[in-house]
Every structure is written in C-alpha cells, then in structure tokens.
Write a protein that binds this ligand. Structure first.
Ligand code: NDP
Length: 302
C-alpha cells in the first residue's frame, strides 16, 4: 500500500495562520514582533532563502528588515552590526544567513547574537536549554519535524526512532527533541556499521544526510514513518534515471530546468513506508513557518 503523504505545505500554512493570529493579538497590545535578517554578499541560494523569509514575515505581520553587508565584510564589522541589533528593543529575532564568507569567523559571529534573539536556535545557550529541557529557542527545521509528526497524529513516545545525520543544525537537535518527547533514539552517521540494519529498526526514520536518494527500501521497515530532510539538486542524467525513471512529471522538470530537487530518500520508499514527507513540499516549508513562530516566541519571552 502506498504511504500517506505528510503535506508540509498544508501544515506550514496552519502554523503561519496561528502565528498571524498571535501577531494580531500582540498588535492590539501595541507590540509588533520584529525580525532582522543579515545576508552577506550575493550567494544566489541564500538570496532565495532570505527573500522567502522576508516575504513570510510580511504575510504574518512580523516587521522585518534586511542588512546586506558586502562579500568582503570583516568579522569585526559583522560583530558591530550584531551588537547594534542586540541593543535595539524593536528587534526580537536576529538571523544570520549561512554560509558566511571564508574570511569571517562564523562561530564568533553566531556566538555574538543575544541568545534571547537567536531565532535560529544555534547559540550554545539555546542548545543547552534544549538538552536540559528548559524554555528557549529551538532550531527551526528540527522543530518543524516535531510539528509534522504531532499534527499528523504520529505517536513519538516509546517508539524506536533512527536519525541519520548528526549535524548541529538538524541531526543533533532533532534527536534531542525526539528524546525529550520520550522516543528511544539512535543517531547514525558516516561511521555507523550496518546502516541499513540499524535504520530498519526504526518506527520513525529521519534522514538528514545531504545525499540524493541514499535511503532505499533496504533501509526501511514496512509501515515506518519516514521524514526526509534532504534537499539535493540533481543535475546528472544517470543519477536522475536512478531516482525517477518513468516519472513523467519529474522528467518534464528535468528537461526544462536541467535539474530536480531530491531528498535523501529514494522515491521507491513511498511503496513500503506507512507515511512519508515529500521533497519538495515536506520538511522545507516548515523551516520558514517555524522561524516565524520562533520570532513571536522570542518577542513573548523577552
Ligand atoms: P551536514 O552535511 O552538516 O551533515 C550530514 C550528516 O550526514 C553528517 O552527520 C554525516 O556524517 C552524515 N552522513 C553523510 N554521508 C553519510 C553516509 N554515507 N552514511 C551515513 N551518514 C552520512 O548536513 P545538514 O545536517 O546541514 O543537512 C542535511 C540535509 O538536509 C542536506 O541535504 C540539507 O540541504 C538538508 N537541509 C534541509 C533543510 C530544510 O529546511 N528542509 C534545512 C537544513 C538542511 P558525519 O558526521 O560522520 O560526517
């Protein structure tokens, strides 16, 4: 039986509507949450992400401003920009779009963001709050994954969860959130032995790897829930055929655009999973929706 598709666009729209309602209520009390986005240079992918974040802010009523220092900005200049944003009372959230150019000390810059305004949830203080189950700001993509599961009524407590990937922005925080929700969590990475065997134990499998279609049916227990975080651009014809041979819609996209967006999970997994997030339209839309939710949360916590 084909898997239930977990529609990220629909869930993200629900969250945005809830956030917009909260912003309206706050507005009646004279408070308007504000988000500052720092975008260095002209990375085309970053520009697209930032445009989406600014547009989404406007739609839910959050005021937003963009700071666009040039490519050759120094660490010192960025630190002084962030110090200014930290000081300004009308700014509730600060987001520094990654990656930063190589001459910039990214860790130092991220560390300088006031943890109370760290809407990305990357500051070590917020990482500590998450692991000790104190209120704080949680990274957007992991928080979005929990929303997908809970709003789709997929139980977490007591279940076997396997997370493939241990990055600071996805793998580790999502594992921590799932552990906090009482799952039995295994975190895998590139040195894990018998990865397919470990993954087959999962009632819920989270793939955050960055390798197009790596998770094939071999890795998945019949009926498992599969959360595909991966966002990979496939431009190679042979790779495209390995993933989408016979898929007319994708063939059309590949032909016209020369590339398709693919998750870390092979499309064949939809034939055996119980539920699955599509790519695009799964986890991705939740990331921006949770950024909006985090900005409102930061405003309230402050
Ligand atoms: P990273 O590259 O930081 O981490 C990848 C992880 O996957 C590492 O822990 C790595 O292991 C592990 N890994 C790599 N190859 C293998 C392998 N062959 N077997 C087992 N584990 C492996 O990536 P991110 O966490 O930043 O992102 C992961 C994916 O999610 C990417 O495709 C990214 O584009 C996407 N993403 C999507 C978002 C969204 O909004 N939908 C948001 C953020 C990311 P090791 O630690 O041993 O190197």
């Amino acid at each position: 039986m084909a898997a239930t598709i977990l529609d990220g666009n629909k869930i993200a729209a629900e969250i945005r509507a809830e956030v917009a309602a909260e912003v309206k209520t706050m507005g009646a009390a004279g408070i308007r949450p504000g988000l500052a986005v720092v975008l260095v240079g002209h990375n085309p992918a970053s520009e697209i992400y930032v445009r989406g974040k600014v547009k989404s802010s406007e739609e839910v009523g959050i005021s937003s401003e963009q700071h666009t220092p040039p490519d050759n900005v120094s660490t010192g200049q960025l630190l002084s920009l962030i110090a200014d944003l930290n000081r300004r009372d009308e700014i509730d959230g600060i987001l520094v779009q990654l990656p930063l150019p190589s001459q910039v000390d990214s860790k130092k810059v991220l560390l300088s963001v006031d943890p109370a305004k760290d809407v990305d949830g990357f500051h070590p203080m917020n990482v500590g709050f998450l692991s000790t189950q104190r209120p704080g700001l949680v990274p957007c993509t992991p928080a979005g994954i929990i929303e997908i599961l809970s709003r789709s009524h997929i139980p977490i407590a007591g279940r076997e969860v396997v997370v493939v990937g241990r990055s600071d922005i996805v793998g580790k925080p999502v594992a921590m959130l799932l552990l906090n929700a009482n799952a039995t969590v295994t975190v895998c990475h590139s040195k894990t032995r018998d990865l397919p065997g470990v993954c087959r134990r999962a009632d819920i499998l989270v793939a955050a790897i960055g390798r197009a279609g790596m998770i094939t049916r071999d890795y998945v227990k019949l009926g498992a829930t599969v959360i595909d975080v991966g966002m990979n651009k496939v431009t190679d014809r042979a790779e495209f055929m390995r993933l989408f041979a016979g898929n007319a819609k994708r063939e059309e996209t590949f032909r016209t655009k020369g590339a398709v967006l693919v998750g870390d999970v092979h499309p064949e997994v939809a034939e055996i999973a119980g539920a699955i997030t599509p790519v695009p339209g799964g986890v991705g839309p939740l990331t921006i929706a949770m950024l909006m939710a985090n900005t409102v949360r930061a405003a309230k916590l402050r």
